[in-house]
Design a protein around this ligand. Structure first.
Ligand SMILES: C[S@@+](CC[C@H](N)C(=O)[O-])C[C@H]1O[C@@H](n2cnc3c(N)ncnc32)[C@H](O)[C@@H]1O
Ligand SMILES: Nc1nc2[nH]cc(C(=O)O)c2c(=O)[nH]1
Ligand code: SF4
Ligand SMILES: [Mg+2]
Length: 209
C-alpha cells in the first residue's frame, strides 16, 4: 500500500494537499481578484517568519488524487493558485494538465528553489536567502516578490531584481509581524526607486483566508 502511495506521489498523480479554498488573491499583481488556492504540503526552505509553518511536514497532510482536487477547484473558479509549502517540490505535470483540460489559468507562488514542472501561466517568485532560486526560475518569473523583514532585505531585493528579466514586475512586501516598522520604509524606498511596487498581504487586513 505504501509503495502505491509513494509511486503516485512521484508521478504527481497524488499530492499531499494541506488545504484548498476559494478566496481573493491577497498579494502581488492579481491582488483583489478571485482565485481558488491549492496548498500543497512540504517545504524545506525554513524561513523563520513563514506564515504557514504547518505546511512544512508533508507527512501530516492527506495524500489526495489530483483528479479530484482539479475537478473541485475548476468547478469554483478558472483561476487557480498553486502554493504551499513549496509547490515545486512536487511533480506538477498531472495536476496542471487536468486543470488546463478543465479550462483553468494556473498561477504559482514559489521560492524557486526547485525546478519548474507542469503548465504554469503566471509565476510569482519569492526568493529566500536560505535557498536561492534556480536560474531557470528567475528567467521565467512574471513577478518578483521580495519579503522585507529588515534593512538588509532591500539590498537582497536589488540583487534578486538583477537576476530576473526586464518584464518581471517587482514587488516589496512587508513581513507581516514587522509590518508596522517596515511598511513606511517600503513606501519611502518605492518613491526613491519607482521600478518597485509595494505589495501588501491584503487578505490579512480583510480577514479572509
Ligand atoms: C507561504 S509561501 C508558499 C509558497 C512558496 N513556498 C514561497 O515562499 O513563495 C506564499 C507567499 O507568502 C509569503 N510569506 C510567507 N510568510 C510571510 C510573512 N510572514 N509575511 C509576508 N509574506 C510572507 C512568501 O514569501 C510567499 O510569497
Ligand atoms: N488570499 C490569499 N492570498 C494569497 N496570496 C498568496 C498566498 C499564499 O499563501 O501563497 C495567499 C493566501 O494564503 N491567501
Ligand atoms: S519557502 Fe515559502 S512555505 Fe517555505 S518556509 Fe519559506 S515562506 Fe514558508
Ligand atoms: Mg499566505
Amino acid at each position: 500500500m505504501k509503495d502505491i502511495i509513494n509511486r503516485n506521489l512521484e508521478s504527481g498523480l497524488s499530492l499531499p494537499i494541506m488545504e484548498h479554498f476559494y478566496t481573493i488573491q491577497g498579494e502581488g499583481r492579481y491582488t483583489g481578484t478571485a482565485a481558488y488556492f491549492i496548498r500543497i504540503g512540504g517545504c524545506d526552505v525554513e524561513c523563520h517568519w513563514c506564515d504557514v509553518k504547518e505546511s512544512w511536514n508533508p507527512a501530516i497532510h492527506p495524500v489526495s488524487s489530483v483528479d479530484k482536487i482539479a475537478e473541485i477547484a475548476a468547478s469554483k473558479c478558472k483561476t487557480i493558485v498553486l502554493t504551499g509549502g513549496e509547490p515545486l517540490m512536487w511533480n506538477l505535470e498531472p495536476l496542471t494538465i487536468r486543470l488546463k483540460n478543465l479550462g483553468c489559468r494556473i498561477h504559482i507562488e514559489t521560492s524557486g528553489a526547485y525546478p519548474l514542472s507542469g503548465h504554469i501561466d503566471w509565476i510569482c517568485l519569492s526568493p529566500k536567502k536560505t535557498a536561492l532560486p534556480l536560474k531557470s526560475v528567475y528567467a521565467k518569473a512574471n513577478e518578483l516578490k521580495v519579503i522585507i523583514y529588515n534593512d538588509h532585505d532591500f539590498i537582497f531585493a536589488e540583487e534578486q531584481a538583477s537576476n530576473v528579466n526586464q518584464n518581471t514586475i517587482l514587488y516589496l512586501q512587508p513581513e507581516w509581524s514587522k509590518r508596522n516598522k517596515v511598511t513606511t520604509k517600503i513606501i519611502d524606498y518605492v518613491m526613491k526607486e519607482p521600478k518597485w511596487h509595494i505589495s501588501l498581504q491584503t487578505h490579512k487586513y480583510l480577514n479572509i483566508p
